[in-house]
Design a protein around this ligand. Structure first.
Ligand SMILES: [Zn+2]
Length: 276
């Protein structure tokens, strides 16, 4: 097998789609934007080469540093919200959560000239009455359910489907075929080369962070043991993993909106996305 050939254990179902989601946030979710600034243009080039589409869940804090690149992303991909800041929403007062939801949607729509209908909570931690708050702020779908580590709260690929939550549709990130392990670049990196053999046939929702594709040297500012976990397999090996994933789902890597449309939950009416 050639090096750049997909390491395929099971071929994807003919009908399956993979929503590629990019949590576009300050580096390592902590601070700084060097990694995200370096990686984003190259990531957009890679997606274009593979004719892939993606949903970028953007934190407003990176708008200033990456505005131009994100406007480029908005012309081809979907822009959704990952908050004004990258704070855990379940730790904030209700008024602050409302502000995070409304202001991020307003700023991303305005500054990137995008129709923003989706939300992913930072660290996938949500406060009570989450779906009511989302509906109030005008969101149509949410992709926050689960944990960023292996957990029974994560939704297995075989059980995955969009779910109505009041007037909002929920599309959780998916898992690998075993162990309730998130279908994310993080776990493909950490479990390499085994993780790639555990990709499900059903597709679903995959996520990654730009800093995972950055030069490992950039992570040297992190403290141990965070540095070890966040550096393992980053840079070149991570680009290789992503490229093999794009080849595996060639022509079927889509935005969250397209995935919802395929499942019959969304329609584009008079140029705007809405629930069916
Ligand atoms: Zn995040």
């Amino acid at each position: 097998m050639e090096d750049d050939e997909p390491c395929v254990h099971e071929r994807p179902d003919r009908e399956s789609l993979l929503a590629l989601t990019v949590d576009t946030e300050p580096d390592w979710g902590i601070s700084g934007t060097q990694a995200v600034r370096e990686v984003l243009p190259e990531l957009l080039d890679l997606l274009e080469r593979h004719r892939a589409r993606a949903t970028f869940f953007v934190v407003c804090e990176v708008l200033q540093a990456c505005g131009r690149t994100l406007r480029r992303a908005a012309r081809r991909h979907e822009i959704a919200s990952h908050g004004v800041t990258h704070r855990r929403l379940d730790a904030l007062p209700r008024s602050e959560v409302r502000r995070e939801l409304a202001e991020s949607r307003r700023r991303l729509s305005g500054e990137l000239e995008a129709e923003v209908i989706g939300m992913r909570a930072p660290f996938m931690r949500v406060p009570s009455c989450w779906f009511e708050l989302l509906a109030e702020a005008g969101y149509v779908y949410d992709s926050s359910r689960g944990r960023v580590y292996p957990s029974v709260r994560n939704v297995p690929a075989w059980r995955w489907k969009p779910m109505r939550r009041g007037s909002v549709v929920e599309i959780p990130p998916t898992t690998l075929r075993v162990g309730a392990i998130p279908l994310s670049l993080t776990y493909l990196r950490l479990s390499a080369p085994l993780g790639e053999k555990l990709l499900s046939r059903e597709g679903g929702v995959f996520y990654l962070h730009p800093h995972e594709l950055a030069r490992p040297a950039l992570a040297s500012r992190l403290r141990v043991p965070l540095r070890w976990v966040l550096r393992r397999g980053t840079g070149k090996p991570a680009w290789g993993l992503l490229e093999r994933l794009l080849k595996r789902w060639s022509g079927r890597t889509v935005t969250c909106r397209a995935l919802l449309e395929k499942h019959g939950f969304l329609d584009k009416v008079e140029g705007r996305w809405g629930k069916r």
